[in-house]
Design a protein around this ligand. Sequence first.
Ligand code: SAM
Length: 281
Amino acid sequence: MAAGLLGPAEVRDLAELLDVTPTKKLGQNFVHDANTVRRIVRVGEVAAGETVVEVGPGLGSLTLGLLEAEASVVAVEIDGRLAAQLPATVTTQLGADAAARLTVIHQDALTVETLPGEPSRLVANLPYNVSVPVLLHFLEKVPSLRSAVVMVQAEVGERIAAGPGSKVYGAPSVKAAWYGRWRTAGQVSRQVFWPVPNVDSILVAFEKGEPLGDEALRRRMFTVVDAAFQQRRKMLRQSLSGLFGGSAEASAALEAAGAAPTARGEELDVHAFIRVARQLP
Ligand code: SAM
């Protein structure tokens, strides 16, 4: 292991120093394996000089990897003890130059409205209980983001990257697809975390696409998507009847959008959902 990144001993020592007992509520599973950190940085194609936003830096395992790659990092952490310690950890492990490239924001990521430095990438080991809301929130609020690599619970990652017809395709898949292309980018062993989680993890990579519409259309489409997947097994003419003022009206709107009224949400791709959203009264 190269000097600078955190291994099991450093993670244990830091947690002890801060008197941190990782909590499930905040999804606190800390990476203590430098190879995993480097792999995330590599998959994220993090380059020198760019600004990366990291959600949930924790004890700093991934933050150090990003700074080691010569990126600037904006790190958003909800836990005050972890946020306060991070600059000191970076100074100790990588030196003052690296610490000068770090901005720590002590805040709930779900309440972030703007970020300094116009980050072009999001790279994070996300807290699992809020990973989808955090991703969608950042894609909405941080228009400078061009790409992302995040570690999430395997089931969630597969759902985000799924296409129509897949068993796991759902509202998060369509909403994520509004912003661009997603792919899974490799599994991660449970053993690289402390404490060891009881779910599997996966990397998911994102590349921003051409805008599919404006903010008003996005909101309308998300409303349609939520209704379509609320009861997965229902036909769209039923599940969208509330939005269109009746199932006959929903059928007409679906037909006008080129979708079968008898189809289910899982059969429509993001473009079809957009066409349906355009029919909303
Ligand atoms: N990045 C570190 C690593 O890889 O070891 C820690 C990852 S840990 C899975 C998730 C981190 O997100 C924790 O540090 C936790 O305190 C933080 N966190 C949880 N909920 C958050 C929220 N809503 N906003 C910001 N940070 C949050």
